[in-house]
Design a protein around this ligand. Structure first.
Ligand SMILES: NC(=O)c1ccc[n+]([C@@H]2O[C@H](COP(=O)([O-])OP(=O)(O)OC[C@H]3O[C@@H](n4cnc5c(N)ncnc54)[C@H](O)[C@@H]3O)[C@@H](O)[C@H]2O)c1
Length: 364
C-alpha cells in the first residue's frame, strides 16, 4: 500500500504520524512510504533517517497526498488540507468531528474515508488509541495548571505542594478516566487535596481501591456537587469524554462567579468541544485567557507540547492497526476487526459512526 505522512499544520504541532522505526516495519512488508520533507525534523527525525529505512521524501503536501492511498497523520485535517483529499483515500488520525462540527462536516464532504483514532475500541471497553495522548494530557494538565497559578502568569499566586504545615491546596478533577487518573497521580505526588468527580460510581470505586481516602474525596457528578467542589479549588481540570460526542458542559458560565479569583481551569476535553461553558479553543502560542477572573487553559493539542514523547507513545499504539490496514487492505481490515471498524467515522461523504452522526446532526 502507498502510505503518506504529511507535515502537521496546526499551531505548534511537531508530532508526526510515523517514526523512522515504524516506517522500517512497514517497508519490511513491502509497503511504499512517502514522508513530506521535514515532517519530523523538529523532533529529531530527519529526512535522512527516514530515507535510511526506505521512505521516499516528497517536497510538498500536494505531492504527498497525490501519491498516497493511506494518510497517517496526528491531528484532524484542516481546510487548507481538504483540497488534497479524495474519495479513494483513507485518513487515519484524530478527527474529533464533534469538537468542531463545521470542520467535521466539511471534511466529510471531501468524500475521504476517515478512521478516527479516538473512537477505536478494545475488548475491555477502553480507547486504546485515545489513551496514550490522554495519559500525556492528564499529566500536562497538572503541570500547566500549576504554572498558570503563579502570580507572574496572572494566577492566584499559590503553589500546589507541601509547604511546612500549611493546609494543602485543593484541586478538582472532573472525569475519572485515563486523563483524570494521570492528573490525580500528579496531584498526589504534589500533596494536594483532591476532589475527583465522575458520573460512574464504578470508576470512582476503582480509584478509591487504588489511591485510598487520604486527601481524596470521591464525588458523584451533579451540578451541586461540582459547585461545592470548585468553590474551594485553586485548580479545576476537566477531563470528561462520551465516545464521539460533544463534551457535556459540566461547568456553566454562571458558576465562575462562585470561584476564587485567579483559579486556573484546564479544559482537556476542549478537543471534543470543551466541558466548561466558557471554554474556547486556544493554542500553545496563546494558551490562556481570563473570563470573570478565572484563567482558562484550553489548548486542543496539549501533547503537542511534548511532541517527541507523544509521537513515540502514539506510534507504539497505532502501528499494529496501521500494519493491519496496510497488510489486509482497508476494506478487509475493517470487516475483520470490529474494534478498528468502530474508528470508521466518515466514508463516501457520509457520517458512519452513530454517536458522531448524532452529535453533528444536532449542531447543524
Ligand atoms: N486537549 C488535548 O490535547 C487532549 C489530549 C488527549 C485527550 N484529550 C481529551 O481528553 C478527554 C478525556 O479523555 P480520556 O481518555 O480520559 O477519556 P475516558 O473515557 O478515559 O474518561 C472520561 C471520563 O468522563 C466521565 N464522564 C462523562 N460524562 C461526565 C459527566 N457529565 N460528569 C462527570 N464525568 C463524566 C466518564 O465516566 C469517564 O470516566 C477526551 O475528550 C479526549 O479527547 C484532549
Amino acid at each position: 500500500m502507498k502510505i503518506g505522512v504529511p507535515k502537521e499544520v496546526k499551531n505548534n504541532e511537531f508530532r508526526v504520524g510515523l517514526t523512522p522505526e515504524s516506517v522500517a516495519k512497514l517497508v519490511n512488508f513491502n509497503h511504499e512510504v512517502f514522508i513530506q520533507v521535514n515532517a519530523g525534523a523538529e523532533i529529531g527525525f530527519l529526512d535522512s533517517d527516514y530515507k535510511k529505512v526506505g521512505a521516499n521524501i516528497v517536497s510538498s503536501a500536494e505531492e504527498l497526498y497525490a501519491q498516497s492511498e493511506l494518510i497517517v497523520k496526528v491531528k484532524e485535517p484542516v481546510p487548507e488540507e481538504f483540497k488534497y483529499l479524495r474519495n479513494d483515500q483513507t485518513v487515519f488520525a484524530y478527527l474529533h468531528l464533534a469538537g468542531d462540527p463545521v470542520n467535521g462536516l466539511n471534511l466529510t464532504k471531501t468524500g475521504v474515508t476517515g478512521i478516527a483514532l479516538e473512537t477505536v475500541t478494545a475488548d475491555d471497553g477502553s480507547m486504546p488509541l485515545l489513551s496514550p495522548m490522554s495519559e500525556i494530557a492528564g499529566q500536562l494538565s497538572f503541570i500547566v495548571g500549576s504554572y498558570f497559578l503563579l502570580k507572574p502568569n496572572r494566577g492566584m499566586g499559590t503553589l500546589i505542594g507541601s509547604i511546612n504545615d500549611l493546609e494543602p491546596r485543593t484541586i478538582t478533577i472532573i472525569g475519572a478516566g485515563v486523563a483524570g487518573t494521570e492528573a490525580i497521580k500528579k496531584a498526589i505526588d504534589n500533596r494536594a487535596k483532591i476532589k475527583i468527580i465522575d458520573l460512574s460510581s464504578e470508576k470512582l470505586n476503582l480509584l478509591k481501591d487504588r489511591f485510598g481516602n487520604k486527601n481524596i474525596d470521591y464525588i458523584i457528578s451533579s451540578e451541586s456537587s461540582i459547585e461545592d467542589a470548585i468553590k474551594e479549588s485553586d485548580m479545576v481540570i476537566g477531563a470528561v469524554y462520551v465516545i464521539g460526542k460533544q463534551a457535556p458542559k459540566v461547568i456553566k458560565r454562571s458558576m465562575l462567579k462562585l470561584m476564587k479569583a485567579g483559579t486556573v481551569m484546564v479544559d482537556i476535553s476542549i478537543d471534543q468541544g470543551g466541558c466548561f461553558e466558557s471554554s474556547k479553543p486556544t493554542t500553545h502560542d496563546n494558551p490562556t485567557y481570563n473570563e470573570d477572573g478565572i484563567i482558562h487553559y484550553c489548548v486542543t493539542n496539549m501533547p503537542g507540547a511534548v511532541p517527541l514523547t507523544a509521537t513515540e507513545s502514539l506510534n507504539k499504539a497505532t502501528l499494529p492497526y496501521i500494519l493491519e490496514l496496510a497488510n489486509k487492505g482497508i476494506e478487509t481490515a475493517l470487516k475483520e476487526n470490529p474494534h478498528l471498524a468502530n474508528g470508521l467515522n466518515i466514508q463516501n461523504g457520509e457520517i458512519i459512526h452513530e454517536s458522531v452522526r448524532e452529535a453533528l446532526i444536532n449542531t447543524e
